[in-house]
Design a protein. Structure first.
Length: 239
């Protein structure tokens, strides 16, 4: 009986860890969790970037955003920020939000609860130290949430936010045209766009396609009367 009871507890613990990963399905989270999907005020579009800061690529995105006088949210990896804290400070100095993407770009389903909480706490502390302000948002690698991820987010007062459209700008075959068309296909008022300012977890040099596509994406938002900005001003749906 005791063995059966322990097995039952283990099954429950496993389910609690894995079930949140179902939110990686965009249709599910759009219907049930619009805030996690990144849906905000219908007249706005949130612009977000993952995987930096990267000295090879992030400065190019910063220059383009500065030319358009726009701010965005950058979900950074702790391992990347540790290498170049000056880029993290440059993000803040330019008025951008710095948020937590994790310590490394690992699928958190493959990490235990203790390791997950440790890594996210470590990333949170580094972002706060480098930028001088506590981060507000969390986006786990690959958009995969786990029970431990949600526990860490609650402890750190981080709000998990994924995305409503992306550009598939991490692939070796991505071009400015394919990225822009993919973003536009899912773009709508109140949406959150995911692009990448680094290729550290993607095909080498893939960031160039996202950078080249960004002016077309911004022009589409302008044409449709949507204001582009960071998540902090996006008016996200209730938690």
């Amino acid at each position: 009986m005791r063995t059966a009871g322990l097995a039952g507890l283990a099954a429950v613990a496993s389910a609690l860890h894995v079930v949140p990963a179902l939110t990686v399905l965009p249709g599910l989270r759009r219907r049930l969790l619009p805030g996690l999907h990144g849906l905000g005020a219908p007249e706005r579009v949130a612009l977000t970037f993952d995987d930096g800061p990267d000295p090879e690529s992030t400065p190019h995105f910063l220059d383009l955003l500065a030319a358009h006088r726009l701010r965005a949210t950058f979900f950074v990896l702790g391992v990347m920020l540790r290498r170049r804290p000056d880029l993290g400070r440059r993000l803040v100095d330019a008025g951008h939000e710095v948020a937590v993407h994790g310590w490394t770009h690992d699928n958190l389903l493959l990490r235990g609860p203790a390791g997950t909480v440790h890594d996210l706490t470590r990333a949170y502390d580094l972002v706060a130290e480098v930028t001088g302000r506590p981060p507000e948002f969390l986006r786990p690698p690959y958009g995969v949430l786990t029970g431990a991820t949600l526990l860490a987010a609650r402890r750190l007062r981080l709000r998990p936010v994924l995305w409503s459209c992306w550009g598939r700008d991490w692939t070796a075959t991505a071009t400015a045209d394919t990225v822009a068309r993919t973003v536009r296909a899912g773009l709508g008022g109140g949406g959150t766009v995911l692009l990448h300012d680094s290729s550290c977890a993607a095909a080498p040099g893939a960031w160039r396609a996202g950078l080249a596509a960004l002016p077309a994406v911004l022009a589409e938002c302008h044409r449709r009367g949507w204001r582009v900005g960071p998540l902090g001003t996006h008016g996200l749906s209730a938690r």
